[in-house]
Ligand binder design. Structure first.
Ligand code: FAD
Ligand code: SF4
Ligand code: SF4
Length: 1023
């Protein structure tokens, strides 16, 4: 049990793999790891932390796999299958791991297809078909199809993370299933291995031969024998995803699986959740991209009326109706409380509706579709609701509203405390004529068990999502069972499908027999045996499934405990409990977390996988370049959770938290705060990294490089004096290499240059404390270390701009002078020195409080410094003073944008000379996290002729000192190359604005271009 952690298993260490793994796990695991390492080219991840990171998905379950395998090629997949068969180790294939029912949680070898198995193998634009590997993500496929006017239309909410293999596994369904159907309606072929290693080519039954034909004949015989059973027990709805698709031979679905009535054997695999075969590739039927869409948002006075109206709206069909989606009152309220969503939601509301339905029509032109909206308006008039429809014809407002709807579940999941909305009956599908009665009855059931549910999603097909709030650490399991029993009785009463979208997994497997009866269940078991007689593939799913409330399978079982920690930062806001009905939370600090709220903050990650995204936004740069679960926000949260709860095997709980294993997972986190903004449940890994480093460094000590970085604000005055000497590092050959050896600073980087003459030792014309306190247009300028010592032209420029705008500017200095400049403590936080950062912050507060108390704006230039005042400083136990100062702290561009909108910047605008060059803006991550990108765009637009263009970039990769470190150089450059550097190179004549010191340095190093601070550009335009 004492093998060194983490285990590093590669081809070259394959011989050692058996010993290493067998010691921490068991003999079979050792053999498995050894053979995978020796016989494949894939990644072999068997350390306790790796296994912990793959022990969960977006469900309530957790099971520790034997190991994890990340294949690079189809040959690797086949070899791994053969090895698992030889050693009798179950195999659990996985894509993005976003299943909600525990489909990817299993005790065998978890095989992650998402990293490498993601090629489009073939595209036929004429026939509109594509053949893809199973690990390709839907959004990535659709991005590649867009230029051909095509798309794959099963538009699941998780389109940015769901893989086609996973979607096929679950028979996933999108918001527009009323028009396009589910996965089963859009897959036309599959190539897949049975557990005996036979490769099946599955397509049309009538032309099948060999093993595929045998399978078809076998299932057809079963289906023929059971025809009366199918007619009697099979739900007659579009959304039924439970069990196996035995009905391919005698269709029971509202929408036949094929247009021509033929039987396609690939459909047997769709929805089989990896239990029948291992998918090698899928052949997909593509659709023409809808040219245009219109949206009618119907506002309802009662939820019941909305549900009752859905059946009538669905009849407006005739192909143009592509979605009818519900957003209920709770969701509307939550969205209105979210600053990012509120303005969008308001555009959809008439008064205070109890629910809204988003009714979408798609077609060739707006002109063709506008009459459809008219029909909707007329229908609502007939149903007694005249004037209830908001007509959205333009694309932009529609797109914004769909984003809010897609974020629905995640908005709900942001509830703090141990009670969480739990997914177990969230996709029951009932015929539309019963929707109102069904939802009403289920709401009563929730009430009976002291809970409530928020309803949303696919009203068009009778699949409404709802999650009652349950506390799984206490009585949640019992309540879950009781509610499930009553919900299932309702589903049966209304002849619906118990599992209508999210599949069976661990959660609904026990309900498969309940749904279909013993004879069909027996047929399912026979199909499983025919395909996988040795029960190698995802055992105990669909067949022989466990009880849904088996506490041994839970992520948060009643015995779940975390270690006590004395935290450095204040996490009390997470240390709360909630009321499942009112959703009100108790006072901060009362939640009973022995880790003072830190553990509960970590546990906010519900594994939904939203951080695996590559689209606009920042989260998560380290995943974007590595595609490793370990370097993903979710992977980090899981690693921390495993450590804090003593689940990292081979370590005692106290040591685990400050171990190298956790350090390794946190290492590539650049602290960009992308997750703080983009993670739907608000997982703030940047802040967690500070907390972690505080404890880790307390145990392991600070390195020379840590001290050099952290203490920069302290030694800056004398470093400036020694500038000619210190700058030699980048001039004398060999010194850079020496600095890499001694201090870990990359020799491939230049370092910022010190200057003997800088802002702080240059005489300037600015107001005193006393003058600014009585001025009519006062502002306080907080000049940080970087802009004061290293790029002091920016500080001078800011002073010039503010004065040109007519402000009385005071440059903040320490209340008690000691020859040093004020500092926010950022460099100390970055190295986990929270106590030293607190001392700096305290000095800053003492200096700034008198101005903040008078409501005077405190303006800063470096986003990571200034925004510390609005973020970490509030978590350092500095009381009301920190709140007051935080309330007045703003970036220069935020201040100027505010003043401009109040009509106070006419004088400045009149002085700005026009500019003709193209203008590019790279937003600093913290600017993005705090919504400061819009203000800077507004400010840049004040320059006559300026047409600023925002670079859609994630983190620049420099992130303070991160990119300077030798061990991070490559990853840092890869982050920059994702989009920032290519965008800069593409416009050689453009002025590039970047407010972050490190961003400018990265642009200099990577594109050999000099980016400038917004203050410098404005000052330049003043002439
Ligand atoms: C916030 C949220 C919103 C969601 N919204 C929707 C929605 O709108 N519609 C919807 O249908 N679902 C939705 N889901 C559920 C889930 O996202 C989808 O089912 C998704 O398609 C799963 O894709 P994945 O790549 O994460 O698959 P995974 O969860 O990794 O795997 C899914 C299944 O496929 C199997 N599998 C994966 N690869 C293979 C392979 N190569 N061979 C054989 N079997 C394989 C797995 O074993 C597993 O059984 C949502 C989930 C969340 C968390
Ligand atoms: S970190 Fe946030 S976005 Fe990522 S899986 Fe967890 S909850 Fe989802
Ligand atoms: S702070 Fe940035 S790098 Fe770190 S986990 Fe969050 S998004 Fe990823």
């Amino acid at each position: 049990m004492n093998a060194p952690l983490p285990l590093n298993i590669t081809r070259s260490t394959a011989a050692q793999a058996y010993d290493d793994v067998a010691r921490v796990s068991n003999e079979v695991a050792g053999k498995l790891a050894q053979r995978l390492a020796a016989e494949t080219t894939g990644e072999v991840l068997f350390s306790p932390a790796d296994r912990g990171r793959y022990a969960t998905d977006a469900s309530i379950y957790q099971q520790m796999p034997v190991g994890v395998f990340v294949p690079r090629t189809a040959a690797d997949v086949k070899t791994a299958l053969d090895i698992c068969r030889d050693l009798q180790v179950p195999l659990v294939p996985r894509g993005g791991g976003t299943s909600q029912c525990g489909q990817t949680v299993g005790a065998g070898l978890v095989m992650d297809h998402s990293k490498y198995m993601r090629k489009v193998l073939q595209l036929d634009t004429e026939a509109r078909t594509a053949e893809v590997e199973p690990g390709i993500v839907l959004d990535h496929l659709n991005a590649s199809l867009k230029k051909h006017g095509l798309w794959y239309p099963v538009d699941v909410s998780t389109s940015a993370q769901a893989t086609l293999g996973g979607m096929a596994g679950n028979n996933s369904c999108g918001s527009r299933s009323i028009a396009y159907g589910n996965m089963v309606h859009n897959v036309i072929g599959a190539s897949a291995w049975r557990s005996d290693g036979t490769l099946l080519e599955l397509g049309r039954y009538d032309t099948a031969s060999g093993a595929a034909r045998e399978l078809g004949d076998y299932v057809k015989t079963l289906a023929d024998q059971l025809r009366p059973e199918l007619e009697a027990h099979w739900p007659k709805v579009l959304r039924r995803v439970a069990g196996y698709n035995l009905d391919i031979f005698h269709n029971q679905n509202e929408k036949p699986y094929t247009a021509d009535g033929s039987v396609n054997l690939a459909h047997l695999l769709v929805g089989s959740e990896g239990t029948l075969a291992l998918t090698k590739s899928l052949k997909l039927q593509l659709s023409e991209l809808p040219r245009t869409k219109v949206l009618g948002v119907v506002n309802f006075p009662t939820f019941y009326k909305a549900m009752d109206s859905a059946q009538h709206i669905a009849k407006l069909g005739d192909g143009a109706l592509t979605a009818v989606e519900l957003v209920d009152r709770t969701m509307i309220e939550l969205s209105l409380q979210n600053p990012a969503f509120a303005p969008t939601v308001r555009t959809a509301l008439i008064g205070q509706p109890d629910a809204i339905l988003l009714v979408e029509f798609s077609g060739a032109s707006k002109a063709e579709l506008t009459p459809k909206i008219k029909q909707l308006v007329d229908l609502m008039g007939e149903l007694g609701l005249p004037g209830s429809v908001v007509e959205m014809i333009d694309d932009a407002p529609q797109k914004n509203l769909w984003e809010v709807r897609k974020a629905g579940l995640n908005i709900m999941m942001s509830l703090k405390g141990d009670g969480k909305p739990v997914s177990f009956i969230e996709d029951c599908a009932v015929p539309l004529e019963h929707l109102a009665e069904y939802t009403d009855a289920l709401t009563q059931v929730f009430r009976k068990y002291g809970s409530k549910g928020t309803w949303y999603a696919h009203a068009s097909v009778g699949t409404l999502h709802v999650r009652p709030i349950l506390d799984m650490r206490r009585d949640g399991g019992q309540k879950m069972r009781a509610i499930a029993e009553e919900a299932s009785a309702l589903v049966r009463h209304y002849k619906g499908a118990y599992s209508g979208e999210h599949g069976d997994g661990l959660c609904r497997g026990e309900w498969v027999q309940w749904q279909f009866g013993p004879k069909i269940m027996e047929a399912f078991a026979q199909i499983k045996t025919f395909m996988d007689p040795i029960n190698l593939l995802c055992p105990q799913r669909i067949i022989d499934a466990p009880k849904m409330d088996d506490a041994r399978l839970m992520r948060f079982p009643p015995h779940y405990k975390v270690i006590p920690i004395q935290t450095a930062l204040d996490w009390s806001a997470w240390n709360v409990q909630n009321d499942p009905v009112t959703e009100l939370t108790s006072a901060p600090g009362t939640g009973g977390d022995p880790a003072q709220g830190f553990a509960k903050a970590v546990e906010m990650c519900n594994n939904n996988g939203h951080c695996r995204k590559f689209d606009a936004g920042t989260m998560c740069p380290s995943y974007r370049v590595t595609r490793d679960e370990k370097h993903l926000t979710r992977g980090r949260a899981n690693t921390l959770r495993m450590a804090l709860s003593g689940q990292l095997e081979g370590m005692n709980a106290q040591d685990a938290f400050t171990s190298e294993v956790v350090h390794e997972a946190m290492d590539l986190c650049v602290g960009c705060k992308g997750c703080k903004r983009d993670c739907p449940t608000g997982v703030d890994m940047a802040k967690m990294k500070v907390e972690f480093l505080h404890h880790y460094k307390a145990r392991h000590g600070h390195t020379l490089k840590d001290k050099l970085v952290a203490r920069l604000p302290d030694y800056a005055p004398w470093a400036a004096r020694l500038a000619p000497l210190l700058n030699l590092r980048d001039r004398i050959p060999g010194l850079a290499l020496l600095s890499e050896k001694l201090m870990g600073l990359s020799a491939r980087r230049t370092l910022p240059q010190w200057k003997s003459s800088h802002f702080f030792n240059t005489p300037r014309r600015s107001a005193s404390r006393e003058q600014v306190l009585v001025a009519t247009r006062p502002v306080v300028l907080f000049v940080d270390t970087f802009n004061g010592y290293l790029e002091s032209d920016n500080a001078s420029a800011a002073l010039k701009v503010l004065q040109a705008a007519g402000y009385t500017v005071h440059v903040a200095t320490k209340a008690v002078a000691d020859g040093k400049a004020l500092c926010c403590g950022r460099t100390y936080l970055a190295t986990g020195m929270v106590d030293e950062a607190r001392t700096k912050a305290k000095e800053l507060l003492d200096a700034l409080l008198p101005f903040a108390e008078k409501g005077i704006a405190i303006v800063g230039l470096e986003p990571s410094c200034l925004l510390t005042l609005r973020d970490e400083m509030l978590a350092m136990g500095l009381g009301a003073a920190a709140e007051t100062v935080s309330g007045q702290a703003m970036l220069l561009e935020e201040f100027l944008a505010r003043e401009a909108s109040a009509g106070k910047l006419k004088a400045l605008k009149d002085q700005l000379k026009p500019m003709a060059e193209p203008l590019l803006l790279h937003g600093h991550c913290h600017q993005k996290a705090f919504g400061a990108v819009t203000p800077i765009m507004e400010v840049l637009k004040m320059i006559p002729g300026a047409k600023p263009e925002l670079i859609e970039s994630s983190c620049c990769g420099m992130a303070g000192s991160f990119g300077y470190e030798a061990g991070h150089y490559d990853v840092s450059m890869q982050m920059a190359e994702l989009s920032l550097l290519p965008a800069v190179r593409q416009q050689p004549g453009a002025v590039v604005v970047a407010d972050g010191t490190s961003c400018r340095h990265q642009i200099h190093d990577g594109a050999q271009r000099e980016a400038i601070h917004v203050a410098a550009l404005l000052a330049r335009q003043l002439g």
